[in-house]
Design a protein around this ligand. Structure first.
Ligand code: SF4
Ligand code: SF4
Ligand code: SF4
Length: 291
């Protein structure tokens, strides 16, 4: 499929400016996460969302912003950090569970068309929103895919809210996988660069990582970011991967996808250059926004 191939091969310029898609850019360019997405539409067993200033991990922000507040926060951030090339939305919930993220990106596209707009999602609502995502000028997205076999995914994700219904177990896993792959196919054909995020849970999906990379690569993904489990919530008794397991997983994924190895598992309101010390989010949120 020619369109999907060009998506994989033709995006070097974009990668060079995106700190989560290139090891080099990670140390030079900055990103801001605008925490506008309040809720999620699936239930990952390891997930623990929280509003606080202290924890350094995904799913945490000091507060949730409205799209207008997000735009004003971005204005302030660009003054503090001119190296910002990416405006991202990664929670604290799912960026496509409500319309807040897309409304925010529409505001950003009008005011700062030169910024790379980047969205992170579990993919459940990706195909439905694909056209609007592409029309808004979003160029990069991350889809979290933790398994491509329902019997493995049901151990990680216990339920989904889909079409006004809460669905659990094997059926939920089947729908989520089908929707993720459909979403990846649709969005990559619209020439949006797709990175897969996979949470590595050694006793559940370590030997399955290669298959995730193969199947998502076939669907049109270009890159993979394997993130070690932070054992918490219903998965607090599971072990996080050690360095060898993480490295083995990355090597097995590399057969099919380019692997990003620098992820630091940032907060949903992180701001700055990920590869350099210091985060600016405290400066951004300490004072009220000017009206
Ligand atoms: Fe949490 Fe993300 Fe899973 Fe939603 S998709 S439950 S926010 S980890
Ligand atoms: Fe984009 Fe994800 Fe990086 Fe945020 S963490 S800038 S959403 S790739
Ligand atoms: Fe980049 Fe990882 Fe931080 Fe996202 S969470 S901004 S991929 S370092």
């Amino acid at each position: 499929n020619l369109t999907v191939m060009s998506n994989k091969e033709g995006y070097d310029h974009l990668r060079k400016k995106h700190p989560c898609f290139s090891g080099e850019a990670h140390f030079i360019h900055g990103r801001i996460h605008l925490p506008v997405s309040p809720i999620c539409n699936i239930h990952c067993r390891f997930c623990k969302r929280s509003l606080n200033k202290t924890e350094n991990r995904p799913g945490v922000a000091c507060k949730v912003l409205t799209p207008d507040e997000a735009l004003r926060t971005l204005e302030k951030a660009l003054l503090l950090c001119p190296e910002l090339t990416v405006a991202g939305i990664a929670g604290p919930g799912d960026a496509l569970a409500t319309t807040d993220a897309l409304e925010t990106f529409e505001l950003i596209e009008k005011k700062y068309p030169e910024l790379i707009k980047c969205l992170s999602t579990n993919g459940l609502m990706l195909s439905e929103n694909a056209r609007r995502i592409a029309d808004t000028g979003i160029k990069t997205i991350s889809v979290t895919v933790n398994a491509v076999e329902p019997e493995i995914l049901e151990k990680i994700c216990s339920g989904i809210y889909y079409k006004n219904e809460y669905i659990t177990g094997r059926k939920a896993a089947e729908i989520l996988i089908a929707k993720q792959l459909e979403g990846i196919r649709t969005i990559s054909r619209l020439e949006v660069l797709v990175k897969i995020n996979t949470v590595l849970i050694p006793d559940i999906n370590l030997s399955h990582i290669e298959e995730i990379a193969r199947v998502t690569s076939e669907a049109g993904a270009a890159m993979m970011n394997i993130i070690p489990l932070i054992p918490q919530n219903e998965m607090s008794s599971h072990k996080a991967p050690d360095c060898t397991e993480l490295n083995n997983a990355r090597v097995s994924a590399e057969k099919y996808l380019q692997v990003f190895r620098h992820c630091k598992q940032c907060r949903a309101d992180a701001c700055g250059i990920p590869g350099r010390p210091g985060d600016l989010s405290e400066l951004l949120y300490d004072q009220p926004l000017e009206t």
